[in-house]
Ligand binder design. Structure first.
Ligand SMILES: CC(=O)N[C@H]1[C@@H](OP(=O)(O)OP(=O)(O)OC[C@H]2O[C@@H](n3ccc(=O)[nH]c3=O)[C@H](O)[C@@H]2O)O[C@H](CO)[C@@H](O)[C@@H]1O[C@H](C)C(=O)N[C@@H](C)C(=O)N[C@H](CCC(=O)O)C(=O)O
Ligand SMILES: Nc1ncnc2c1ncn2[C@@H]1O[C@H](COP(=O)(O)OP(=O)(O)OP(=O)(O)O)[C@@H](O)[C@H]1O
Ligand SMILES: N[C@H](CCC[C@H](N)C(=O)O)C(=O)O
Ligand SMILES: [Mg+2]
Length: 482
């Protein structure tokens, strides 16, 4: 594609044939445009000489940047990169729902994809679990990858015939304009509570970043499905309406798909929903009351994408949870009865609270929890996660969860400072073993924080580690044989 046709900022530049775009100088090939972005660890402008050496024909960079090749000077270079990536790797599924919120994005994306597939579409998902569509499965390092990767994935999915995509949009992704080149047809907002205050200067900045999906990236006149329950939901709905987008609200406080009753059953949740002036009773094959909120947001996306409620609701009976979200990992069998062990991806204070509340109705005995907190991430959430654990569980084990480049001991101490009486066991496998050993008949254990993750990151090394496998083995080892 011709450089001049790529972007208005290039219209007056000398012409060149462009073969690709990247923000990483190490990935530049002849004919590429290199986006030189000031970052948190490095300044991309330092790598302009290497990029030119490798064959870059133009540079995207902040206003005032000089180079030996033409420069697209931009006040918002990350936005310009996203716009150019979407033009170069053009084509996307015709219908894209963007999903944000602190917790529940992966679950909503997965449910929405399942509903669309059940309704006869070729649907995919993009987010924490990678990019997945019929005939396509691609691993991603980020929930919302950088714009070049987003548009390569979207373009491939479209060429494989995917018509509908449910896409998670993280606050980092929003703050860094990673998804600004995507044409969203619908938006969704699950909830907002504390996370990522290592990256966002304060909660307000985090809130505004998330809101931008609905008030900025989603075009005016489009519909946003919003869970009306929880702190912040009123403001999200108000600002979304004020920005000229239509709100479809769900949950106990919702007015379009209203949850009026919920009861756990041995295999899931029985819910009653009011919609279109009628009451509908449904069974969801999902463990955890919070999953009803996620399922209703997904149902809202399916309905507002053009399906009758009467067609959508029966499909909810067939949905399945994302791996690592209240996933049953094993059962400890003892002389007097059994104790169940679930793995859950709760890694924020609110998610820990929610997961433990979800476990309580399934426990005839005590609720136990095992948790840690990630290194190189929000430090302020650590004692709050500990406190949520102490308040929601009868037994707390604190251990490691991806210490990354931080010293693990102080992270454990910070979590435990919110949970007096917690047992601290550094090694995660040993901690899981100790927690399983402590279980008595009727107890339920939640192994929190890593969910589907198959690794433990210590320093810069990623070791294989799988909560589901380790907990399953521990349950077997601790069980009395029949
Ligand atoms: C804080 C953060 O989000 N940082 C992301 C951001 O990095 P950055 O812009 O600060 O990059 P930097 O390392 O300072 O480098 C600046 C620029 O120089 C370039 N560079 C660097 C070295 C070199 O030799 N040549 C070169 O061109 C880099 O490519 C970059 O463009 O852009 C990079 C390229 O896209 C990302 O890899 C990086 O993700 C870091 C590693 C990360 O861990 N991000 C996590 C926290 C994240 O994004 N998580 C969210 C949310 C998770 C959730 O709640 O679900 C996600 O969407 O996954
Ligand atoms: N609607 C909800 N309300 C509160 N907590 C929830 C909700 N949905 C999920 N959770 C909790 O959050 C955890 C993560 O869920 P999920 O992976 O769906 O969220 P996410 O927003 O995609 O997370 P991430 O930001 O890491 O990608 C779950 O394991 C559960 O503990
Ligand atoms: N997307 C989240 C995942 C956190 C999962 C938890 N296991 C951790 O490492 O903190 C993050 O990167 O903050
Ligand atoms: Mg996710």
């Amino acid at each position: 594609m011709k450089l001049q046709h790529l972007h208005p900022l290039a219209a007056e530049l000398p012409d060149a044939e462009v073969t690709g775009v990247t923000a990483d100088s190490r990935a530049v090939e002849p004919g590429f445009v290199f986006a030189a972005l000031p970052g948190s660890r490095a300044d991309g402008r330092r790598f302009i000489p290497q990029a030119v050496e490798a064959g870059a024909v133009a540079i995207i960079a902040p206003t005032g940047t000089k180079a030996d090749v033409p420069v697209l000077e931009s006040e918002e270079p990350r936005l310009t990169l996203a716009e150019i990536a979407s033009r170069l790797h053009h084509g996307q599924p015709a219908h894209v729902a963007g999903i944000t919120g602190t917790n529940g994005k992966t679950s909503v994306a997965r449910f929405t994809g399942q509903l669309w597939n059940a309704l006869g579409h070729k649907a995919g998902t993009l987010g924490t679990l990678g990019a997945v569509a019929p005939g396509y499965d691609y691993a991603l390092r980020h929930t919302t990858p950088d714009p070049v990767e987003i548009h390569q994935v979207l373009s491939t999915m479209a060429s494989l015939g995917t018509t509908h995509l449910a896409m998670e949009v993280s606050s980092h992704g929003l703050a860094q304009h990673r998804a600004d080149g995507v044409a969203f047809s619908q938006g969704a907002f699950t909830n907002i509570t504390q996370d990522h205050l290592d990256y966002h200067p304060d909660f307000e900045d985090y809130f505004k970043a998330k809101l931008r999906l609905l008030t900025g990236l989603l075009p005016e006149g489009r519909t946003a499905v919003i869970c009306a329950d929880g702190a912040g939901a009123d403001r999200v709905m108000e600002e979304t309406r004020a920005a000229g987008r239509t709100v479809f609200s769900t949950g106990r406080e919702g007015s379009d798909l209203k949850l009026v009753d919920l009861a756990p059953t041995p295999t899931g949740l029985r819910i009653v929903v009011e919609a279109d002036g009628r009451s509908h009773e449904l069974h969801l094959p999902l463990i955890g009351a919070f999953q009803a909120d996620n399922a209703l947001v997904a149902a809202g996306l399916a309905v507002t994408s053009g399906h009758d409620l009467a067609a959508v609701l029966p499909c909810l009976a067939e949905i399945s949870a994302a791996p690592g979200r209240m996933e049953h990992a094993g059962t400890k069998r003892m002389a007097g009865g059994e104790a169940a062990i679930y793995v859950d991806y709760a890694h924020t204070p609110d998610a820990v609270r929610t997961a433990l509340a979800a476990a309580r109705p399934h426990a005839e005995g005590r609720v136990a929890v095992l948790l840690g907190a990630g290194g190189d991430r929000d430090r302020a959430k650590r004692p709050l996660m500990g406190r949520a654990a102490a308040e929601g569980a009868d037994l707390v084990f604190v251990t490691d969860d991806n210490p990354r480049t931080e010293e693990a001991g102080p992270i454990r101490e910070a979590v435990a400072s919110g949970a007096p009486g917690a047992r601290i066991v550094a090694n995660r496998a040993e901690a899981i073993g100790a927690a399983v050993d402590a279980l008595e008949p009727g107890d339920v254990l939640i192994v929190a924080g890593k969910g589907h993750e198959k690794y433990q990151i210590v320093g810069d090394v990623t070791y294989p580690f799988d909560d589901v496998a380790v907990a399953g083995e521990a349950a077997k080892a601790a069980s009395v044989s029949a």
